[in-house]
Each structure stands twice: as structure tokens, then as C-alpha cells.
Ligand binder design. Structure first.
Ligand SMILES: [Zn+2]
Ligand SMILES: [Zn+2]
Length: 257
């Protein structure tokens, strides 16, 4: 076996790193900087501003600023329709640095992420707020598809209830976010995107996925149309209870003291 980087022979029994159908010897692996997406120590790493390094293998296959995002996501509009969601035909995508996207989703202080899976532990790589979809400058197509599905569902619910986004801790918010997360999770399952399915099952931490597990359990004995009915009945009731009081408090807060 020959090391992809230094071309020296990797002897039998020696540690090596395997990826993209090539091998890298241990000394090279230890010394090299690595790709943000796949952790591979590539030969021609390029620094993507506000994100990290990108290797020559990933570069060919990533969704980025030059991609036709609308075209990639359009086939999934009918999938979202099965779950009662309408989608804007021309979504507005807003490219973001890691730090900006993290800031949008959580005020929690964290060390900067070295690799995308560190980031996905705490944040979504696509995030809807106020009609715009904020997203990382690079990700795989699979990642883009499943997380954008989650956020399309979020945007639809937010719009229905005249909210900017679904962030919040009330039972309305956690039920709604759990649903959206489940819709994306279900897509990853149907598409056979196993990595994304596993990631969505355990991440993000910090509660962004709300009551995901409740929906996942329900999916074992209810069909999507029944689940949609359940969702809408519950969201309407919870909105009356939790959103109206929130709005009233806001208007009281603006009045004279
Ligand atoms: Zn080497
Ligand atoms: Zn890579």
C-alpha cells in the first residue's frame, strides 16, 4: 500500500487512514490539516472562508454558492405536500459562516468547530428565520436535502402562525419543531441517507429537535395523513394557549408602565 500524500510504502500491520479509496500513512495523517466535511487529509486542500478546509474529493460533490439549490430541492416539494406543507416556489437562501449560523440558533458559547459533524451536534446547517434560509457555504447534497426539508416544514408552520421562526420553549414550539425534525428524519429514511438518518436521530443536542421522539413513536401506528390531522388540531389548541398569551404579554410590555 502506498501513502496518497508522501508516496512511501505503508507496511502490513502499520496504522493508516482510509478514505475516498486511498490510504494515508500515520505520520502524514498526524501532520496534515484535514477536510471540514470528511476529515480527510487531502493533497489540495482549499480554505473556504468562514468554514474550513475542503479536500479535492469533496469539492466535486458539495452543494455550494455556485449550485442551483432550487433545482436540487424542487423534487422534494411533493414529499412535503404529503405532510401537509406548502413551500414557496423560490426560497431565499442566505449563505452564512459557521459562527453566524451558530449565533442564529443558540446563544451558547462553544469552542469553534473543526469539522461539520461537530457543528451538527449543536446546530442545523440550514436554518429558517423570517422567510430566509440561512445555510453553511458547503455541505453534501444529502445533508442539504434533509435539513432543508426540516426547515421548509418549519417555515410553513411559522408562517401559518405569523411567527418569524419556531425557536421557543413553549409546548407549541417543542411540538412543532419535533414534527419538522421528524419530517426530515423520515425523508432521510426513505431516501436511504443513512448517515443523515443517524445524525438526525441523536442531534442536535440543546433541544432544537423538540418532541421528535413522540412523532417517531406515533409513526409506528399512524399514517402521515392522520399524523397531520393530529398535528394541526394540537398546534391550533397550543397556539391559542401559548402564542396568544405571549403576544398579549408583548403588547402589555409595550404599553405604559
Ligand atoms: Zn505518508
Ligand atoms: Zn473532504
Amino acid at each position: 500500500m502506498i501513502c496518497y500524500l508522501c508516496r512511501s510504502t505503508i507496511e502490513d500491520g502499520q496504522y493508516y487512514f482510509d478514505g475516498h479509496e486511498v490510504q494515508v500513512c500515520k505520520p502524514c495523517f498526524m501532520e496534515s490539516r484535514r477536510c471540514f466535511i470528511c476529515r480527510f487529509p487531502g493533497q489540495k486542500l482549499v480554505d473556504v472562508q468562514g468554514l474550513g478546509l475542503e479536500c479535492e474529493f469533496c469539492r466535486e460533490n458539495l452543494v455550494g454558492e455556485e449550485s442551483d439549490l432550487e433545482n436540487i430541492i424542487h423534487p422534494f416539494f411533493s414529499y412535503l405536500g404529503q405532510f401537509g406543507h406548502t413551500t414557496m416556489p423560490h426560497p431565499r437562501f442566505i449563505w452564512c459562516d459557521l459562527a453566524e449560523l451558530r449565533e442564529l440558533q443558540s446563544g451558547v458559547e462553544r469552542p469553534p468547530e473543526e469539522f461539520i459533524d461537530d457543528f451538527l451536534r449543536y446546530c442545523y446547517p440550514v436554518y429558517h428565520r423570517a422567510g430566509g434560509y440561512h445555510l453553511l457555504r458547503r455541505m453534501t447534497k444529502e445533508t442539504f436535502v434533509v435539513y432543508t426539508i426540516v426547515q421548509f416544514a418549519s417555515a410553513d408552520i411559522a408562517e401559518r402562525f405569523e411567527l418569524n421562526e419556531l425557536a421557543g420553549n413553549s409546548p407549541f414550539h417543542t411540538l412543532a419543531r419535533g414534527w419538522c425534525h421528524w419530517v426530515g428524519y423520515e425523508a432521510s429514511k426513505r431516501l436511504g441517507y443513512d448517515l443523515e438518518r443517524r445524525q438526525l436521530r441523536k442531534w442536535p443536542e440543546l433541544g432544537a429537535q423538540g418532541e421528535f421522539e413522540r412523532w417517531e413513536k406515533m409513526a409506528h401506528f399512524k399514517k402521515p395523513p392522520e399524523m397531520v390531522e393530529f398535528l394541526n388540531a394540537n398546534l391550533n389548541a397550543l397556539a391559542r394557549k401559548h402564542l396568544d398569551s405571549q403576544r398579549n404579554n408583548q403588547s402589555v410590555g409595550n404599553g405604559p408602565r
